[in-house]
Design a binder for this molecule. Structure first.
Ligand code: OXD
Ligand code: MN
Length: 587
């Protein structure tokens, strides 16, 4: 426990509001967590899985109306509407507090309040930030204990400081009409009501580590980004790190846990995962950009994860994992999801809790957004630097999206500011599987559209300022697109482990070891400089996906111009100049 006055006062106030029957302080001990798991199994909240095949693994099902983040009900409650900006929903803070307190009032009656002290980042690291989440859900306690560093030590590090993020979660009766995920960046506060789905209630993740942290980063001179962090070790044993941002459905977790192609493995290349979702980055004493992953686990999408797409992720989920909304195999007490293998359970239960025969049913067994919550330490390729308090130095920043045409396999930006432009115009085409409407372009700057806790125009300006501070020590900025298709709609680039071939060119560029061809959008590789050894792909085919088509980019520039109007006066003049520069080079 703690004697911290600001903590005790706030918890006292929240207790009076929600009226719990009792209060349990989470100390992070295995014995306490084990007794909560037992309790969750007794109430049916958890199903204990086959402990021989999946030791310490559990299954949980959410309400059927509560299976994903709810962007439409997510608010930034800054005092001025302008500070939330054109891409966020905004609510006036006093109005929001009143509405939320009315919903929360008395909602813990007959329930327990769990107090979770947690650290985002290694406890005591100069990057780390502390949060306290109050919740009435054991599921939240057990997930937070995987995803963050929880326990007594957090109080020791906090001491009597007031610098911590308040988080109140009230499950209420998961009424979707009264579901709100509200952020008060100016008060370091998050309130989430009427949900029990991970992204809405594990407050350390998107709510704190991205929305609140992006605001803190702007004010304190650092960056909170929706990026994976990956280390690439060459045969000499040198490791270089990249950070990469992708919108959803672009294979972010797969890239974070990439397995090198055989020819690379034989030469001694290795890949190390530092993070799969969030990067906090600061300028280090050497003037370079250093990054940590503030999380301690992976909250990954289960469907599509298999022995081929991501064997490392699969391995990571084989112990100490909580599965949410996947199918259950009654015969052997294991779990299953679409795309795991070709052996769905005959005698199963689907994600809604109904009997399900995977071999005859046309319904899905697992929800498309079903998840695993797995400890980072389980990952076979977890970086030895994972817990390093000072993080890892970033050589390159990579942006990416899913584009059938237009965007080449890889290109390097012309400068830091041009790289910020490249990040700001990031876009992905929707897939038939996701929406039915193929090829609809959604712009998602830096993959932060749903996660930036303040005005995105100011966020772009913050990026430009960081570049000024970094000067010639700034990481180089690149864009990749694994998804170009041929005339039959088939992907041309093999993707997955072979993406290392592109990462190798990127690192060579950072070290001045590879040549490039200048195009209106930036520098693309000479086809001969991408290693195709062991790959069934001709140089001409590679050239076709490195090609920059001026007509397509002229249309793109017009679309960017339209998109930029959204930001009005807040659009930094540097980005306007970058757009004008692109247009001029396309003429
Ligand atoms: C996630 C997301 O769950 O970006 O990581 O939605
Ligand atoms: Mn994410």
């Amino acid at each position: 426990m703690t004697q911290n006055k600001s903590v005790l006062e706030w918890i006292g106030k929240m207790k009076e509001l929600v009226c719990p029957d009792n209060v349990v302080w989470i100390d992070g001990s295995e014995s306490q967590l084990e007794s909560l798991r037992e309790e969750a199994c007794k109430t049916g909240e958890f199903i204990k899985l086959n402990q021989e095949k999946l030791p310490n693994c559990y299954l949980h099902r959410t309400a059927v109306n509560d299976v994903a983040r709810v962007e439409g009900r997510t608010f930034i409650c800054s005092r001025k509407e302008e500070d939330a900006g054109p891409t966020n929903h905004w609510m006036e803070p006093q109005q929001a507090y009143k509405m939320l307190y009315d919903i929360a009032r008395g909602s813990y009656k007959g329930r327990t309040m769990y107090v979770i002290p947690y650290s985002m980042g290694p406890i005591g690291s100069p990057f780390a930030k502390i949060g306290v989440e109050l919740t009435d859900s054991i599921y939240v306690v057990l997930n937070m204990s995987i995803m963050t560093r929880v326990g007594e030590k957090v109080w020791d590090v906090l001491g009597d400081s007031n610098d911590w993020v308040r988080g109140l979660h009230c499950k209420c009766d998961v009424d979707p009409e009264k579901r709100y995920i509200c952020h008060f960046p100016e008060d370091n506060t998050i309130i989430s009501v009427n949900s029990a789905y991970g992204g809405n209630v594990l407050l350390g993740k998107k709510c704190f580590a991205l929305r609140i942290a992006s605001y803190l980063g702007k004010n304190e001179g650092w960056m909170a980004e929706h990026m994976l962090i990956l280390g690439i070790e060459n045969p000499k044993g040198e490791v270089k790190y990249v950070a990469a941002a992708f919108p959803s459905a672009c294979g972010k977790t797969n890239l974070a846990m990439l397995i090198p192609p055989e020819v690379y493995r034989k030469k001694g290349y290795k890949v190390w995962t530092v993070g799969d979702d969030i990067a906090w980055m600061r300028i280090g004493p050497d003037g370079r950009l250093w990054a940590i992953n503030p999380e301690n686990g992976f909250f990954g999408v289960a469907p599509g994860t298999n022995e081929k797409s991501n064997p490392n992720a699969l391995r990571t989920t084989q112990s100490g994992t909580i599965f949410t909304n996947v199918a259950y195999n009654k015969d052997d007490g294991t779990v299953w999801w679409e795309g795991l293998d070709h052996n769905p359970p005959k005698n199963g239960i689907d994600w809604t809790g109904k009997p399900w025969d995977g071999t005859t049913s046309t319904e899905k067994g697992a929800h498309p957004n079903s998840r695993f919550t797995a400890p980072a330490k389980n990952c076979p390729c977890i970086s030895p630097e994972f817990d390093s308090p000072n993080g890892v130095p970033i050589s390159a920043i990579i942006f990416g999206g899913r584009r059938a045409h237009t965007t080449p396999l890889v290109y390097q930006s012309r400068s830091w500011n041009n790289g910020v432009f490249v990040g700001s115009i990031m876009a992905s085409e929707t897939t038939a599987a996701a929406t039915g409407a193929v090829g609809v372009l959604r712009r998602d700057p830096m993959a932060m559209l749903p996660f930036c806790g303040y005005n995105m125009g100011d966020y772009f300006a913050h990026w430009i300022e960081m570049g000024e501070k970094l000067g010639d020590k700034a990481p180089k900025i690149f864009n990749v697109n694994w998804f170009r298709v041929d005339e039959n709609g088939k992907f041309i680039w093999p993707g997955f482990g072979d993406n290392l071939r592109v990462l190798e060119w990127i690192l060579n560029r950072c070290e001045g070891k590879a040549d490039a061809v200048e195009t209106p959008i930036g520098y693309v590789p000479k086809a001969e400089d991408i290693n195709l050894e062991g790959l069934d792909l001709t140089l001409d085919t590679l050239k076709s996906i490195l090609y920059v088509d001026k007509d397509e980019w002229t249309k793109e520039a017009a679309d960017i111009e339209e998109f930029y109007k959204k930001f009005g006066d807040k659009l930094p003049k540097e980005l306007r100049a970058e757009l004008e520069g692109l247009k001029a080079r396309l003429k």
